[in-house]
Design a protein around this ligand. Structure first.
Ligand code: ADP
Ligand code: MG
Length: 324
């Protein structure tokens, strides 16, 4: 009886506390950019909480209509259609993101390369379609970020090879998540989580607790390989399970080695933790291509960015700062 009384007292105090704190969690999940967008945020007012959640979804839709390779009307599709004919003037946002992607190519010995799409567009993972070796051989010379010529003066972009196509799928979701967090900050939100597919960024903590962010087991979607308590940071995961099909016991998935035009095979998933979701996104794709040794070397010389790799033998590897 005594025990029961204690419990009801606790419940009463809890109810009183939440009622007096005038805030609540708002949550929304929508399918945008070919993936799940998930937002959780804390707000003192219902109107603000709903407006802030919707502002994130609007930002995701805006970036999708600008950068989707599947929408013929997107700025990216227009660039792909015209830039090998002559310089194309683009928006500051697209120009800056492509410039950053090229910097990432330089830092990763070409493992991250948005011109992967010159061959990549021949894969259709939903339809179990992959290119023949002779098609890969023909288009492989077009994969090289050095073909992308930027003109800072005119904000224009030119492809110096007729078969170049670019795709920002390895970095655009991270960019969308960073933008969303900035929008929430401007609206006065202090505690939030924004996820676009494998890219998550956290604003503050979960009130008095850390956010618990999971890294999925690449071979079991109901299981977490690792769960990390995090706050005020971002985490991106690239895995060979997001978009793939299997044929003759081989897995064909959406992260391609720019050297071969085929799926990178050394690891199953890579997670990067760092302040910028855009850089985490790009680095997780790059480290996936580089594999354990070269990927860890890159992370260990990149201040502020750490990583966890799950290799092909399902062994976990941590960058130095995570185990020190
Ligand atoms: P997702 O969150 O969709 O799993 P990732 O960050 O893992 O995204 O990146 C995978 C996407 O990156 C692919 O769908 C493709 O659009 C793009 N991509 C694939 N290979 C490369 C590469 N070598 N360099 C840059 N981008 C790539
Ligand atoms: Mg990525």
């Amino acid at each position: 009886m005594k025990k029961l009384f204690g419990l009801s007292c606790l419940l009463f105090i809890f109810a009183f506390y939440s009622a007096s704190s005038f805030g609540q969690w708002f949550e929304s999940t929508q399918g945008i950019m070919g993936t799940n967008i998930h937002v959780e945020l804390w707000s003192d007012s219902a109107a603000m909480g709903e407006a802030a959640t919707e502002a994130v979804m609007d930002e995701m839709r805006r970036i999708d209509s600008l950068m989707s390779p599947y929408k013929p009307s997107s700025e990216l599709s227009k660039l792909n259609a015209e830039a090998s004919l002559g310089p194309v003037v683009v928006s500051e946002e697209l120009y800056d993101l492509i410039s950053l992607a090229i910097e990432l190519s330089q830092e990763t010995q070409g493992a991250f390369d948005i011109t992967f799409a010159s061959v990549g567009f021949l894969y259709d993972y939903r339809e179990n379609q992959k290119p023949e070796q002779e098609n890969i051989d023909e288009l492989l010379p077009a994969i090289d970020f050095r073909h992308i010529k930027l003109s800072e003066a005119t904000h224009s972009i030119f492809f110096a090879h007729k078969n170049v196509k670019i795709d920002l799928g390895g970095i655009a979701k991270g960019h969308a998540v960073d933008n969303s967090i900035h929008i929430l900050q401007q609206m006065g939100i202090k505690y939030a989580l924004v996820t676009a597919g494998g890219d998550t960024r956290l604003l503050g903590n979960r009130l008095d607790k850390p956010w618990m962010v999971g890294i999925r087991d690449p071979r079991n979607k109901n299981k977490q390989a690792v769960v990390l308590p995090l706050a005020d940071i971002a985490l991106s995961t690239s895995g060979d399970y997001e978009r793939y099909f299997e044929e003759d016991g081989k897995r064909y998935h959406h992260i391609l080695s720019p050297k071969t035009g085929k799926s990178a095979f050394e690891v199953q998933s890579v997670s990067i933790i760092g302040p910028s979701s855009t850089l985490n996104d790009g680095l997780s794709t790059a480290v996936f291509v580089l594999g354990v040794q070269k990927g860890m070397d890159l992370l260990n010389r990149t201040p502020g960015y750490d990583g966890i790799i799950l290799d092909n033998a399902r062994k976990l590897h941590y960058s130095n700062a995570l185990i020190e």
